[in-house]
Design a protein around this ligand. Structure first.
Ligand code: E4P
Length: 224
């Protein structure tokens, strides 16, 4: 299983890349709106040059012709860019056209297994069910991940389920158990995954105990 970071912050990407656990990044217009003094293109290229792996950048055009122009432009920003397209009928048409041009698509805003199936048939490289937002609507977001994984496996679709909109560390474990090959997680969730209060307490206790013997003067070697 691979972990992607869900962010448009270059500082967050740099911090996680150092740990050697990052395989890619997903961005979206909402995450980008939090950044200032940099264009979307500049930031995506900066992220591509920082992480070795796919970086998703989202299209916002709603008409097919404009969407195709935007998607081809976004794909040209860097070889590692994956074009994010929201699923609807126009998005599916664009995806099947772009997939034939070998442009990688992350089909986003997926809220049902039916949408995931259509995205896979259209040729999306990644399919992103939004687990947290489905949960927010009172349904079981992880069930969509489970169903999509089962369907893709059963019919040998090359599309990969990218579990998205994950809100806490248990979501990541549930996505891993559901067989999602990729989970994209916010920075705070990734930080929380690495921590446990008993680890903190254990490190503190070992450090205190080590100080006990580090303080002792070195014993003289007895002469034989
Ligand atoms: C994924 O590609 C999306 O950018 C993201 O996971 C959405 O998460 P949210 O529902 O917390 O905004």
């Amino acid at each position: 299983m691979r972990l992607f970071l869900d962010t448009a912050s270059i500082d967050e990407v740099r911090d996680v890349v150092r740990r050697g656990i990052l395989s890619g990044v997903t961005t979206n217009p909402t995450l980008m709106a939090k950044e200032s003094g940099v264009s979307y293109r500049e930031r995506v290229v900066e992220i591509c040059e920082t992480v070795k792996g796919p970086v998703s950048a989202e299209c916002v055009s709603r008409e097919l012709a404009e969407l195709l122009v935007e998607a081809r432009d976004v794909a040209s920003w860097h070889p590692n860019v994956v074009v994010k397209i929201p699923i609807d009928e126009t998005g599916l048409e664009a995806t099947s056209t772009l997939a034939r041009e070998a442009i990688k698509i992350n089909m986003t805003l997926v809220f049902s297994a039916n949408q995931a199936l259509l995205a896979a048939i259209a040729g999306a490289t990644y399919v992103s069910p939004f687990v947290g937002r489905i949960d927010d609507a009172g349904q079981d977001g992880m069930e969509v991940v489970r169903e999509a994984v089962e369907i893709f496996d059963k019919y040998h679709f090359p599309s990969q389920v990218l579990a998205a909109s994950l809100r806490h560390p248990r979501h990541v474990i549930a996505a891993a158990r559901a067989g999602a090959p990729i989970a994209t997680v916010p920075y705070v969730v990734l930080k929380a995954m690495a921590r446990h209060p008993l680890t903190d307490a254990g490190i503190e206790r070992f450090a205190a105990d080590a100080r006990m013997y580090q303080k002792e003067p070195a014993r003289e070697q007895a002469n034989p």
